[in-house]
Structure formats: structure tokens, C-alpha cells
Design a protein around this ligand. Structure first.
Ligand SMILES: Cc1cc2nc3c(=O)[nH]c(=O)nc-3n(C[C@H](O)[C@H](O)[C@H](O)COP(=O)(O)OP(=O)(O)OC[C@H]3O[C@@H](n4cnc5c(N)ncnc54)[C@H](O)[C@@H]3O)c2cc1C
Length: 409
């Protein structure tokens, strides 16, 4: 069976659906390998869908790793900003609310509602969505792309690869996008887990799993050199650390790196001076009671005192300088060595993907084949937590749709 369309889109995730919804008037078909659309979108924000971030478009540049990635995204974000995106959904009846941290969610806190709007918009645009149609190969034959599934061939003047990355493969995004892009001659930046937790060697805080902290600063060290830093909220897990502070910085980490975490916003010198003072003035109190006001939870204080090998019943007046320094170091520079990063089954994004150097940032069109487009996570783009990834998927999809309309007009 062979069918012909103006546009074939691979993948019914947010990028594929949004691109299609913006192509009314053209014969558009989405090929989706799963039996349902938007499986990953439904998981987003724990099912509540943190659809975008309310920050200024200028600030977005700080949330996609190194500057070249943000520079690539600039035209897409200019074409479809966070407010443009929300307007699209508001026109279709949705309302949104923004958290203090700038994360935007549907008022209903339902990713299903976001998906429903996308599907209705595709329906209104006359888009055909074919499920359980896994694209196995793609090639360009003259002016047309030939897209093959187990059931047939689809010919199209324009092809959009919106097949996602490699994270959460059970949702359907299992790396096919980069394999298909390679078939069309595109270079791939090796995919790597991003937005993923770290597993720590000999982790001693496992009993505190579930404890979270606001505004923690961590630094990343490789071969004795500091290679990165982040300040945000941190979560202790059974195996190491998670939470935005670690997730957002994880794209820069690898096994063997050392993380140094400060559980307080005070410097080591300030904590030391404070302890010296309190040991002098309140020497009759237990050391565990002298760390008040540092916003370090009591349970953590207890663990760190144990790790510093200070006996539980030690009083301030009995604390030796060596033990005090050891405790201060654990509070302000808690060191763990990364044994491994969370794999693709739990990482929320994929770093790497289709190399940006071969994609026109003003159109998301391939520099190798006219009429070939990339949108969403298949590109070598990964944003921080907070709504940046969905915004990038929608903005790149929108940009591709504008150029496709011009080509097919
Ligand atoms: C648990 C979790 C929570 C998240 N929460 C948020 C959040 O709150 N905010 C945010 O901004 N981002 C979040 N993200 C990231 C966000 O979901 C992704 O960035 C986004 O879904 C990427 O959209 P996409 O359309 O590019 O790819 P995907 O959503 O991965 O969609 C790709 C589609 O292509 C299909 N496909 C793949 N290969 C083929 C093939 N060969 N043939 C046919 N179809 C194929 C897949 O089945 C899938 O339906 C989260 C991710 C995870 C895993």
C-alpha cells in the first residue's frame, strides 16, 4: 500500500502534534508507533504538565546548557514564545497558573487536557493520525521522501522527524528518531541521559531518602577541577541525589565526578565562626543542638555528626577543633563520588541527538535535504526542569510548520 501526503510527520508527541495542528490546509499524516498519542506528554510534570516557564525569553538562554544550544533555539522561541504558546491553548478554552518558581501548569493540573486540545486542533486541521505505524526506514527519492512502515509506504514532499529522544523508552521515544535521521545522512551527537538523578558511591544518607532542601548549591569536580555548579532544590534519594539542583546539572556529569554539596547558604568560614562562638557561649549544650538557624534539618545534622565521628552525647565545650572542622566540611561541602547516572529508563530528557550544525535554526529545516525538518527532543537540545523542554518542542515544531506552509503553498 502506498499513500501520498504533502507532509508526513514521524511521532505524535507534543512536537509532532503541534506541528500538524499548524498545517491546516495541507494533507498531513502523523505516523505514530504506539497505539496512543503523547504518552510522554501525559507523564509530564507528574501528570500535571509543566507546559512552559514564565520567565523572559532572554532568560531561556540560561536553561539549555551551553550557549550554542540556546543560540540555535532563539529564532524558534522568537517565533513562538511562552505567551504565544499559552494563547494557543487559551483560545481553545484552557487556563493556566504559574508557581512562585515560574513553572506554568494548566489550572486543571491535567496533562490529559493539554493532549486533548492538541488532538482536537489536529482534528480541526484535518490531520490523519495513524497508530501502531512504526517508521522503519526513510529515504529521499527525487523530490519526495519515502517513509516505510511494516504496513506500507508513505510519500511526501515534506518530512518532519518528531520522534523524540531516548528517555523513558516505554513511552515510544526509544531512539528511532536519531536512527532515521542518520539514514538521511544527518550527523548525530551521541545521545546521553539528561535530567537524571545521580547514584553515589558508598552513599551514607540513604536513611534520609525523601528529605528535600531549598536553594542548595552543588559544584561538580573532575580530576580535581571544578567543571560546573548549580543552585536549586535538592532531594535525597535511597541511592544519592535528585531534585532540580542535580537534574538540571546532570547533563554535565559523568561517573567518577565528585559532587560537593553545601546544605546551608553560609560559607564554611561563617559556619565555623558560628560554631566556635556557640561552643564558647553555649558549651553545655549538645553539638547537635548548636546548629540551629542554618536551615539544616535535625535528621541531617544527626547523620552528619555521626559521619564526622562525633559521639552523640558530645557537648559544645568538648568539641575538638578537628571534629568541628570535619563537621563544618560535611555541612558546607558534602562530598560524594558519582558511581553512575540514572539510565534512560528514568532520565527525563536526552542530551545529544540530531546535530544542530546541519539544521537551519531559522526554519528547523535540514541543510542536507530540502523539505526535511526536525522538531522537539530528537534535536540536540535539552532544557532544564521547569517547562523548558516542552516549550522547545512546541517552538521548534511551530517554526518547522511555518516553513512547510511556505514550501507547500
Ligand atoms: C517523566 C517525565 C516528565 C516530564 N515532565 C516535563 C514537564 O513537566 N515539562 C517539560 O517541559 N518537559 C517535561 N518532560 C520532557 C518532555 O516530556 C519532552 O521534552 C517532550 O515530550 C518531547 O516532545 P517530542 O514530541 O519531541 O517527543 P516525545 O514526546 O518523545 O514524542 C515522540 C513520539 O514519537 C513516537 N515515535 C518514536 N519513534 C517512532 C517511529 N519509529 N515511528 C513512529 N513513531 C515514533 C513516539 O512513540 C512518541 O509518541 C518530561 C519527561 C519525562 C520523561
Amino acid at each position: 500500500m502506498t499513500e501520498e501526503f504533502d507532509v508526513v510527520i514521524i511521532g505524535a508527541g507534543p512536537a509532532g502534534l503541534f506541528c500538524a495542528a499548524n498545517l491546516a490546509g495541507l494533507r498531513v499524516c502523523i505516523l505514530e508507533k504506539m497505539n496512543l498519542p503523547g504518552r510522554k506528554l501525559l507523564l509530564s510534570g507528574s501528570g500535571q504538565c509543566n507546559i512552559t516557564h514564565a520567565g523572559s525569553m532572554g532568560d531561556y538562554a540560561l536553561h539549555f546548557g551551553d550557549a550554542s544550544h540556546a543560540a540555535f533555539l532563539k529564532p524558534a522561541l522568537r517565533a513562538l514564545s511562552n505567551t504565544d504558546l499559552l494563547t494557543f491553548f487559551e483560545k481553545r478554552g484552557m487556563t493556566f497558573e504559574t508557581t512562585d518558581a515560574g513553572k506554568v501548569f494548566p489550572t486543571t493540573r491535567s496533562a490529559d487536557d493539554v493532549l486533548d486540545v492538541l488532538l482536537d486542533a489536529c482534528d480541526a486541521a484535518g490531520v490523519e493520525i495513524l497508530y501502531e505505524e512504526r517508521v522503519e526506514s526513510v529515504k529521499k527519492d527525487g523530490e519526495r521522501f519515502v517513509v516505510s512502515t511494516a504496513y506500507g509506504k508513505y510519500l511526501a514532499r515534506c518530512l518532519v522527524v518528531a520522534a523524540g529522544g531516548s528517555s523513558y523508552p516505554k513511552t515510544g521515544s526509544s531512539g528511532d528518531g536519531v536512527r532515521l535521521s542518520e539514514m538521511l545522512g544527518h550527523s548525530i551527537v551521541e545521545p546521553k541521559e539528561a535530567l537524571t538523578p545521580v547514584y553515589a558511591e558508598n552513599f551514607r544518607l540513604a536513611d534520609l531518602s525523601g528529605l528535600s532542601f531549598e536553594n542548595v548549591t552543588l559544584t561538580i569536580w573532575r580530576d580535581g577541577k571544578k567543571i560546573g555548579a548549580n543552585t536549586s532544590d535538592l532531594l535525597i534519594t535511597r541511592f544519592g541525589f535528585s531534585g532540580p539542583c542535580v537534574l538540571d546539572a546532570s547533563r554535565a556529569m559523568q561517573a567518577g565526578d565528585v559532587l560537593k554539596i553545601s546544605f546551608t547558604q553560609l560559607s564554611a568560614e561563617a559556619v565555623d565562626a558560628l560554631l566556635v562562638e556557640r561552643c564558647r557561649k553555649e558549651g553545655g549544650r549538645l553539638v547537635s543542638n548548636l546548629l540551629y538557624g542554618l536551615s539544616v534539618p535535625d535528621r541531617l545534622v544527626k547523620s552528619l555528626i555521626e559521619e564526622a565521628e562525633i559521639a552523640e552525647d558530645t557537648k559544645g565545650s568538648q568539641l575538638s577543633a578537628v571534629s568541628r572542622k570535619a563537621l563544618v566540611r560535611l555541612i558546607t561541602s558534602y562530598e560524594v563520588k558519582i558511581s553512575r547516572l540514572g539510565d534512560f529508563s528514568i532520565s527525563m530528557a536526552t542530551a545529544g541527538g540530531v546535530s544542530l550544525s546541519e539544521v537551519n535554526k531559522k526554519t528547523c529545516e535540514s541543510k542536507i535535504h530540502a523539505g526535511l525538518f526536525f522538531a522537539g527532543e530528537v534535536l540536540d537540545i535539552d532544557g532544564d526542569t521547569g517547562g523548558y523542554n516542552l516549550q522547545a518542542a512546541f517552538s521548534t515544531a511551530y517554526l518547522a510548520a511555518q516553513r512547510i506552509k511556505a514550501i507547500c503553498a
